[in-house]
Design a protein around this ligand. Structure first.
Ligand code: 2P0
Length: 322
């Protein structure tokens, strides 16, 4: 038996990924930019077992046989293909991020699984190859392989669509956990519906490509204000797009809106703070580390808060070959 354990963290996009060009291999319609967090890690152990007849997923202490288990098996099939193996595996994963609440649990989950499974099957993958592999599990997972700020290049094909690190100014995020429950519509389904039904989708694709270019420039120039503005505008454009589906989907709730309003008030008071939100009601505020106390004070009582700094790359914790 060979075993490997890996750890990965969620990431929050400043320029969002919303829509696929190829859903078989998770090629995105546009590139995106994110910060990997230093909180809410996922720890995953993969044990390749000669005697096992089927893959087993243990998630949060329980054996799963439903959708997530099938998704993990499909992912392991990719790893087995690369490794030339037909052995089955046991996957045990512990998530500390509130699952399916728009806090990117699939990003940390598939990043940790990519690192652990490739090691357990004896593959030696470099960082771009690990990012590409994680992408096949969940698009945003390609970015959780990378430390700190990451650009996921849209690419033209499987080989060119991976994330890589980009230097950025010193920043922090305040995560406001508005709701920890399961979201009503998965990102995957909502993206599909957006492409099929929103008349605004082409404008989203072209404007996001422009925003990504500007955001990368702002990172290189250390221009926090510009990066912050792009972040908030891009998030609200994504939510406007999602609300324009038929039937419509709305992830933000009144508490989320209240937080966006408080962030505008903070800026009016001279504090550099910009809000974003993924496919759920939780809101994440981008700010300078020195302004974290002002942001947490402004959001006190509205939602449970967590403060994050740029986090580490997904990494291997242990590996034993048998
Ligand atoms: C992002 N999100 O850039 C965007 C913003 C949510 C809102 O990536 O279908 O779980 O597995 O590739 O990566 C969430 O979508 O979707 C996501 P799949 P994923 O972070």
């Amino acid at each position: 038996m060979s075993t490997a354990t890996a750890i990965a963290h969620p990431n929050i996009a400043l320029v969002k990924y919303w829509g696929k060009r190829d859903s078989d291999i998770n090629l995105p319609a546009t590139g995106s930019l994110s910060m990997t967090l230093d909180i809410f890690p996922t720890t995953t152990t993969v044990t390749v077992d000669d005697a096992a007849v089927a893959d087993v997923l243990v998630y949060g202490g329980e054996e799963r046989v439903d959708g997530p288990a099938e998704r993990v098996t499909r992912f392991l099939d990719l790893v087995r293909e690369l490794a030339g193996s037909d052995r089955r595996a046991r996957v045990e994963t512990v998530n500390t991020v509130p699952s399916a609440a728009g806090l990117a649990s699939s990003a940390s989950g598939f990043a940790a699984l990519a690192v652990a499974a490739s090691a357990a099957y004896g593959l030696e993958l470099d960082t771009p190859a690990l990012s590409r592999l994680a992408r096949r599990g969940s698009g945003s997972a390609s970015r959780s392989v990378i430390p700190g700020f990451a650009i996921w290049h849209a690419g033209d094909d499987d080989a060119s669509s991976f994330a890589e690190h980009i230097d950025a100014p010193d920043l922090a995020m305040v995560v406001a956990m508005v709701e920890k429950g399961q979201k009503a519509v998965s990102s995957r389904e909502a993206m599909r519906r957006t492409i099929l039904t929103s008349p605004f989708y082409p404008a989203w694709v072209s404007s996001t490509a422009e925003s990504l270019e500007s955001a990368a420039e702002a990172c290189r120039a250390g221009d926090v204000e510009r990066l912050g503005r792009i972040t908030e505008v891009n998030a609200l454009r994504m939510h406007a797009l999602i609300q324009s589906c038929d039937p419509p989907i709305r992830y933000l709730n009144p508490t989320s809106t209240e937080i966006f309003d408080r962030v505008v008030a903070l800026r009016d008071a001279g504090v550099g703070a910009w809000a974003t939100a993924d496919a759920g009601p939780n809101v994440v505020v981008l700010t300078r580390p020195d302004d974290v106390p002002a942001v947490t004070a402004a959001l006190a009582g509205v939602a449970e808060l967590a403060v994050a700094a740029p986090g580490p790359a997904a990494s291997l914790v242990t590996r034993t070959q048998g």
